[in-house]
Write a protein that binds this ligand. Structure first.
Ligand SMILES: [Zn+2]
Length: 521
């Protein structure tokens, strides 16, 4: 590959050379013009020499970053991954909960079908469904908790990266339930993530109570924990105080980290527990601050009430709430080690928050270029290196991501920092970001000047390392009490992964219907 002393070895010829790019690697804190040679999905050469290659692309003037790792996403669905690729995402992690509890099937279903690299966490919502807990307010029995733990163990044995709690959507979650699931997660050396219990300062229970609950959980179990989207849950109206609590917990030695999406709006179902009770007071908003994603107008009281009655999530449209003070976003973005996660994947009907398509372009456009809140290297670290580092103790595959160095995976995003632009809006969420010139997943180009390249599957599974523990007990041997509970078929969810069927994704996953979802679509 390298022309060194005139000797070029055929087996060293690269498949692709990217010349003269401005390579920014957050791990080594370098920002320097380099040539990159790519071979067999890896960065084979990084330097200033000429590269012997089959194909050469001159990328002078463009930034080369490690591919973005969407830490807080949902499963690929045959649509959303294209929007992610256009936004610079090369690894899509369903850390807000995968669409299946059965991770053996999860990875089987996606074998050779992944556009982006993909991994995920076990969903507490689906664990609860699996043991017959269909009501969000229902407390689990000891036996049900035990059964959930056994299902989680099996999922970990089959490659789950973590377990996602969604306590705000599942008000029936007990601390004992959290404790036992955290113990299992700790045992399997995985990461617990959490959409925590409260998201306001205008109620009896607040963000601060929710964060204290997490701190106590981590203190008692030693589990590693990442709080999901602190901008919308646990930090809104109290960001500085919330972050201060986390900082103090970190100083105590508790492993708690955070992620966020850089938007002053969030989105969920009106039928969810989040909109139960006095939501106007809790979120300091009213009907006119709500808008159904992919529709032009704000809500009225009448329309709100009609939609709220539609209990089934499959026909309850996702609604965006303009409810986050911009100063909270700015404060959170500056928290050391903050990880960016979109919390959405675009679905075929495009009834999604625009962050599913524009999260990363927005960060660079608004907070690097326009307001200069973050440096380019800082923003790149938040989108690639920090998420890789967070999970590399769970999955060694992550050690080769989030970095640009020889031997690293050739997951790369090449963009013009002056032109990068979010095009997605609440009115039209399904719009590709602009200014991202090229995206490579394991050395394959999935986006170039001509647009998105479809019909290829260069993504690889991201699994928890399998050698850590072996499973001792199969969930097939459930305690007698659970066997008696009619096992609820969660077919609409479990069949969703890449099948093209309607599935619950984005923040849409979170709400639990009041009635069993069997048969509802
Ligand atoms: Zn959430």
């Amino acid at each position: 590959m390298l022309i060194m002393g005139g000797a070029v070895f055929a087996d060293e010829v690269c498949e692709l050379a990217l010349l003269n790019g401005r390579v920014i690697d957050p791990e080594s804190d370098t920002d320097i013009v380099r040539n990159i040679g790519i071979k067999a999905g890896k960065i084979f050469y990084l330097g200033t020499e000429a590269v012997e290659t089959k194909k050469t692309i001159d990328i002078a003037g463009l930034v080369v970053s490690p591919g973005f790792i969407d830490f807080l996403s949902y499963d690929q669905n045959g649509t959303g991954e294209y929007y992610k690729a256009a936004d610079g995402v090369t690894t899509n992690l369903s850390m807000h909960g995968a669409s299946m509890v059965n991770f053996e099937k999860y990875f089987e279903n996606t074998k050779n079908k992944l556009y982006l690299n993909q991994g995920g966490a076990i969903s507490q919502i689906r664990l609860r469904y699996s043991v017959g807990l269909m009501d969000a307010y229902q407390k689990p029995s000891t036996v049900q908790i035990q059964s959930m733990c056994e299902l989680a163990e099996k999922a970990y044995a089959n490659g789950a990266l973590g377990l996602n709690l969604s306590t705000e959507y599942l008000p029936g979650t007990t601390f004992e339930e959290e404790l036992e699931l955290a113990k299992v997660t700790k045992k399997w050396n995985a990461l617990m993530t959490g959409h925590i219990r409260y998201s306001t300062m205008f109620d009896k229970k607040t963000n601060i109570d929710a964060i204290r609950e997490v701190i106590e959980l981590v203190r008692q179990t030693g589990v590693s924990f990442q709080i999901d989207h602190i901008n919308s849950t646990g930090g809104t109206f109290s960001m500085a105080a919330s972050l201060d609590l986390i900082k103090k917990a970190n100083e105590e030695g508790l492993d708690i980290t955070l992620d966020m999406y850089p938007y002053d709006s969030w989105a969920t179902y009106l039928a969810s527990a989040r909109f139960d009770g006095d939501w106007q007071k809790r979120f300091q908003i009213t009907y006119k601050d709500l808008q159904i994603a992919n529709q032009p107008e704000r809500l009225t009281e009448e329309k709100f009430k009609t939609i709220k009655k539609m209990k089934a999530p499959y026909n309850n449209p996702l609604t965006v709430a303009y409810a986050v003070p911009e100063k909270d976003i700015v404060t959170a973005l500056l928290f050391p080690g903050m990880i960016i996660g979109s919390d959405t994947i675009i679905e075929p009907d495009k009834n999604n928050h625009p962050r599913g398509a524009g999260c990363y372009a927005r960060l660079f456009q608004k907070y690097v270029k326009e307001t200069k809140l973050l440096t380019l290297t800082q923003a790149i670290a938040m989108c690639s290196y920090y998420p890789a580092r967070r999970l590399e103790g769970v999955s060694s595959a992550m050690k080769n991501k989030g970095r640009i160095k020889e031997g690293a995976d050739a997951d790369l995003v090449i963009f013009d920092p002056e032109k990068i632009k979010e095009k997605a809006t609440v009115e039209s969420p399904g719009e590709y970001s602009e200014g991202i010139e090229m995206v490579l997943v394991n050395g394959r180009i999935v986006k170039d000047n001509a647009g998105i390249v479809k019909g290829i599957f260069p993504g690889k599974p991201v699994k928890r390392d399998s050698s850590y523990f072996t499973l001792k007990k199969s969930p097939a041997t459930l305690p007698a009490e659970v066997k008696k509970v009619k096992r609820i078929e969660i077919t609409p969810v479990d069949k969703g992964l890449l099948s093209g069927e309607k599935q619950i994704t984005s923040e849409k996953t979170a709400p639990l219907p009041a009635s069993p979802i069997t048969g509802e679509k």
